[in-house]
Design a protein around this ligand. Structure first.
Ligand code: TYD
Length: 138
């Protein structure tokens, strides 16, 4: 998997004077069934989260509130996506190193994930990740 597979998905928006509504349907807007939802909140200014890659997990990351930057790296190239709208979801496929920083105050980062939490699915060492990613690309 490469950075080209990490797309910003424009989720449906039902605009309403009473407040807007967005929804995500597994298999329609995202290419996986959702097994887990988690969220980062109360993030102190200057903090960085992430700093790992997953071997098989697919994720969709949404800025439910506020904003933050997501830095993606497939072992060859890098890109940064600024998240600041709750109707955009960033699809992050397996074998992508990600770090999240520049959280605004009150930011909430929600992640929809294709599987349960499993520490064995993580690369937490960047050099180990790059070695595996480059081997897989050959
Ligand atoms: P981690 O994924 O390392 O978050 P970050 O990379 O942003 O720091 O998770 C931090 C801790 O939370 C780690 O000890 C594992 C635990 N955790 C769970 O128990 N379940 C989960 O679904 C997640 C995402 C993390």
């Amino acid at each position: 998997m490469s950075l080209q597979d990490c797309n910003l998905i424009d989720l449906p928006r039902i605009n309403d004077r009473r407040g807007n509504l967005t929804f995500v349907e597994a298999g329609r807007h995202i290419p996986f069934a959702i097994r887990r939802v988690y969220y980062l909140y109360d993030v102190p200014g200057g903090s960085e989260r992430g700093g790992h890659a997953h071997k098989a997990l697919h994720q969709l990351i949404i800025a439910m509130s506020g904003s933050f930057d997501i830095h993606l790296d497939d072992g060859h190239s890098r890109k940064t996506v600024h998240m600041n709208r709750s109707y955009y979801g960033l699809s992050v496929c397996p074998m992508i190193w990600r770090a999240i920083d520049n959280f605004s105050s009150g930011a909430v980062c929600m992640v929809l994930a294709s599987d349960y939490y499993d520490e064995l699915d993580y690369y937490r060492d960047y050099n180990e990740f790059v070695g595996a990613a480059q081997k897989a690309a050959k």
